[in-house]
Ligand binder design. Structure first.
Ligand SMILES: N[C@@H](CCC(=O)N[C@@H](CS)C(=O)NCC(=O)O)C(=O)O
Length: 230
């Protein structure tokens, strides 16, 4: 058995993040597709959050770890993967800031904007999963689409700056997280700025099959939901 078990739902960009990273880092792992199983008593006993991606390894105090960014940080720390997660405190702080900003600010807008088109459930408490009427939900979704541009440009102007990637010359774990996240915008035909298209292509070119294989699952799912709309 591999040292690390990676539990995933393949159409998800949260999962794509961990799937790309474990491949790019060339870690010894096995991937388990747990689609439809995350609320089972057996999964909940191991991960009461019912979330994916989730890794399991005997080294962890509770045997399991979820949250895509925490998974990447832990595995970089554990395996000394400094190229993906620099050790120098200031460089590391920028990677951490970019990932917290993505999870805390950018992703909530992106989820509100894209999840209805992806047939994904929204987070509890969102207008989209309340009993508000369809018109009100669509107003909230459009507001989220409009809100995406500002934090997206912060990645360009502040985190990436004049370097190819947030991590500098090579993609860091924050770059993997951002590029995977942007994949979902194809579900709403979002007009991605040219810099973001170039950035995503650079990451895919640099990481090769480690990126392309998990991306194909996300892209395939988006193509499927779009085909169902016609
Ligand atoms: N912030 C988390 C989000 C994880 C998440 O929302 N996972 C969803 C798939 S996109 C999930 O596993 N849902 C299954 C469930 O809740 O039962 C991360 O980055 O890993």
């Amino acid at each position: 058995m591999s040292a690390i078990q990676l539990n995933v739902i393949k159409p998800s960009v949260n999962n794509m993040t961990a799937r790309v990273f474990l491949r790019a880092a060339k870690l010894d792992f096995s991937e388990n597709d747990v689609y439809g199983q995350t609320r089972s008593p057996e999964y909940l006993a191991r991960a009461p959050s019912h979330l994916t991606p989730m890794i399991e390894t005997a080294d962890l105090p509770r045997g399991a770890l979820w949250e895509s960014c925490a998974i990447m940080q832990y595995l970089c720390n554990k395996h000394g993967l400094d190229d993906f997660y620099p050790r120098e405190p200031e460089a590391r702080a920028m990677i951490d800031s970019a990932m917290f900003y993505l999870i805390g600010t950018f992703y909530p807008y992106l989820a509100r904007a894209t999840y209805p088109a992806l047939n994904f459930p929204l987070y509890a408490g969102e207008v989209g999963c309340s009993d508000a009427d369809a018109a009100t939900k669509e107003i909230a979704r459009k507001a989220a689409v409009a809100a995406l541009a500002e934090p997206l440009d912060v990645f360009r102007a502040f985190y990436i700056g004049d370097k190819p990637f947030i991590g500098g010359a090579k993609p860091s774990i924050a770059d993997i997280r951002l590029a995977a996240t942007l994949e979902f915008l194809a579900a709403i035909d979002y007009d991605l700025p040219d810099w973001a298209k170039t950035y995503m292509a650079s990451i895919e070119r640099t990481l090769g099959a480690a990126y392309a294989e998990p991306a194909a699952d996300v892209r395939g799912y988006i193509a499927y939901v779009k085909s169902q709309r016609q």
